[in-house]
Write a protein that binds this ligand. Structure first.
Ligand code: ASP
Ligand code: MG
Length: 439
């Protein structure tokens, strides 16, 4: 059994849904995970936002607009009157439900917001499943809200998922295809919740691990992870194979194609993840597994919007416990640190979430002189960068010889070197690295 996940743009129109149907009907007994149609989750976020601000008219406007965007989809997707009618009623039901939130007298809370956010995936999977039924496929809709659950800490309850998904599959052993919702789940208290924006990849990976799938396929509209950012560098190419560590670095540091949370369940379950392109289903894409290749630098990626913070202090000299105190401040403000470098008299680190920057800087000032550089970029080079692989770091730094580098981080794993540079040098750096490492 495989798990095939299709993102929002892959199911973004009736035409695209039909193409996805062709792909998923090529083999049997797989689980298909769908996102909401592209744009829908953003609109649902907007609706919730208006309701938080006690503006039901604003919410209603978006609900109506979004509803009206679904009727042409229904019209084009289905061919028989019976299924068109069914589709229309389905949309009406979902949107009447959304409208019911605009007349709530109680205050609008996170609880209602999560329910609203869940509707996008429920709509797309219902439409898609009906379409498969209309064209004569024995497909079955599996309700993710019955088997995807998080625990007390908000982490996926993998045992629950495994047991409950197995029960669902046993109920319908003869289905050709199983369709289910990405992203949505229930939390520890049984309330409707989600796995954070972009979380459908995570669902696919959790389900893949739960059924010990032969493979997890993530279908998007690019032919795999590329060895550099195609928006800034010409002639990039898809990387045929990556190991999970390399893919995790790339997913985190730039390549938007795969959500980083998706890596761990697949890695632990030793389940290969294949990135494929709905627009070009025959293309090989990228295969991510636990296998490593030696002596190659695979890819370069960039992450924007980085803030660097330097804390310089004489008190750090020969002292212990200094870093713990620094880290504690970031922990207190739930801000994660990406890169870090230290010297005997100072430490530099980077964050991408600046929500609590002012408070963090204030607290850090108790420990030393603080400097902040905003709008920086992390350039991440990924491949076999084991320290005994002599000369590979030099190649990377040589390629960057014309670019001012604010920080370098190497040795955190065997698979990457990260460099922090100014925003204005990003395109140049990406191109120099491509030229010197791949050509
Ligand atoms: N629909 C959700 C989002 O837009 C989940 C996903 O697409 O992965 O974030
Ligand atoms: Mg996505």
């Amino acid at each position: 059994m495989k798990v095939l996940k299709f993102g929002g743009t892959s199911v973004g129109s009736a035409q695209r849904m039909k193409e996805v149907a062709k792909i998923v009907c090529e083999s049997k007994h797989n689980i298909v995970v769908l996102s909401a149609m592209s744009g829908t989750t953003n609109q649902l976020v907007e609706i919730a936002d208006y309701l938080y601000k006690k503006n039901p008219t604003g919410a209603m406007e978006i609900i109506n607009r979004l509803e009206n965007s679904y009727y042409p989809v229904v019209e084009e997707l289905f061919s028989s009157e019976e299924y068109k009618q069914k589709g229309k009623e389905l949309i009406q039901t979902f949107f009447n439900f959304l409208r019911s939130f605009t007349s709530l007298s109680d205050t609008f809370t996170l609880f209602e917001e999560k329910i609203i956010l869940a509707q996008g995936e429920l709509i797309s999977t219902n439409l898609f499943n009906n379409y498969l039924n209309e064209i004569g496929k024995n497909s079955v809709l599996l309700p993710a809200l019955e088997f995807v659950k998080t625990d007390k800490n908000g982490e996926p309850d993998t045992q629950f998922i495994q047991e409950e998904l197995a029960k669902q599959l046993e109920k319908q052993p003869n289905a050709d295809i199983y369709i289910t919702q990405g992203y949505i789940c229930r939390n520890f208290y049984g309330e409707i919740d989600n796995l954070q924006r972009g979380g459908s990849d995570y669902t696919a990976s959790l389900l893949g691990a739960a059924i010990k799938a032969e493979e997890i396929q993530i279908w998007t509209d690019i032919d795999g992870m590329h060895n550099n950012d195609p928006r800034f560098v010409e002639n990039t190419r898809p990387i045929p194979f990556l190991n999970f560590e390399e893919a995790a670095e790339l997913a985190y540091f730039g390549a938007k194609i795969l959500h980083p949370t998706c890596i761990l369940p697949a890695k632990l379950g030793n389940i290969p993840v294949r990135l494929l392109n709905t627009l070009e289903p025959e293309a090989a894409g990228t295969l991510i597994s636990n296998k490593s290749k030696q002596n190659v630098i695979e890819a370069v990626a960039a992450k924007d919007g980085i803030t660097a913070i330097k804390i310089k202090s004489g008190r750090m000299l020969l002292a212990y416990g200094f870093l713990r105190k620094i880290f504690e401040i970031f922990e207190n403000y739930q801000t994660s640190i990406d890169m870090i470098t230290t010297s005997e008299v100072g430490v530099s680190l980077t964050i991408d979430n600046t929500k609590h920057l002012t408070e963090i800087v204030n607290d850090l000032k108790k420990f030393g002189t603080v400097t902040v550089d905003s709008d920086m970029v992390i350039i991440c080079v990924v491949g076999d960068l084991t320290y005994t692989n002599v000369g590979f770091q030099a190649k990377v730094l040589n390629a960057m010889s014309e670019v001012p580098i604010r920080m370098v981080s190497y040795g955190g794993s065997n698979y990457n070197i990260s460099m922090l540079i100014q925003k204005e040098d990003k395109v140049k750096a990406l191109n120099l690295l491509s030229e010197k490492l791949f050509n």
